[in-house]
Unconditional design. Sequence first.
Length: 311
Amino acid sequence: MKVTIVGAGNVGATCADVISYRGIASEVVLLDIKEGFAEGKAMDIMQCATTTGFNTKVSGSTNDYSKTANSNVVVITSGVPRKPGMTREELIGINAGIVKTVADNVLKYSPDAIIVVVSNPMDTMAYLTLKATGLPKNRIVGMGGALDSSRFKYYLSKALGKPSNDVQGMVIGGHGDTTMIPLTRIASYNGSPVSDFLSQEVMDKVAADTMVGGATLTGLLGTSAWYAPGASVAYLVDSILNDQRKMIPCSVYLEGEYGQSDICIGVPCIIGKNGVEEIVTINLDEKEKALFAKSADAVRNMNEALKSVLA
């Protein structure tokens, strides 16, 4: 199984590293427009093979898309990362043209690939990729929900004082500081509702911390985070390549589900060898439905900025 990662920056390289040492794919190609950058990252990763015991072949290429041929999954991380004080929405004009060009180029050599979109603003870039390529909707997957949910579970585990792996939680809605919806009502600790252990005030703080989780890291690091985003992409790719059919919140194209159409936004999905195998409908309460509708309105407003790119 072959994976191409376009964009060898922090997120792309971390994704390649995790895929390699976990043996998720037999081959990973890193591609970047910066001369020698992807080649250097690939060489650095390959020099870990004997010490970490992996057998994945990792190679790099400077803008030569022929090296990506016959990829099963293509991950698009290309684009400008957020700077402190910058919203994901501000990146639309910069990143839309980049993502469209990348999608067109990878499909020339891997026409059957499933595309995982990571570039921000992720929901809008997933929508752009779908509309620009004309691919079936199951083959375009936006990664954001997997990352947001991992951050949600991190904050829940801190509040509970318990291991993250014992906590279940999900974030739906747009992948943005004001549009994501951490579902505290159905979050659980080893099968019991977290509300049995945490007050509403604490759960509200967990939700608020989750929503600004990316911005918090950007403020601390001076750029976007990369370890958790890269690992979240690898987790999603693993479910695709190995047909694990995990339920993962992803930004996917809706046609009436959750009362929304003609939009890519985060909802729980079954992810397998065909990409999005199924969109899972969970019962939202009235408050959650209202928040989801508001989130969809915000994402749809951002999509309006794509008109010139898609024309």
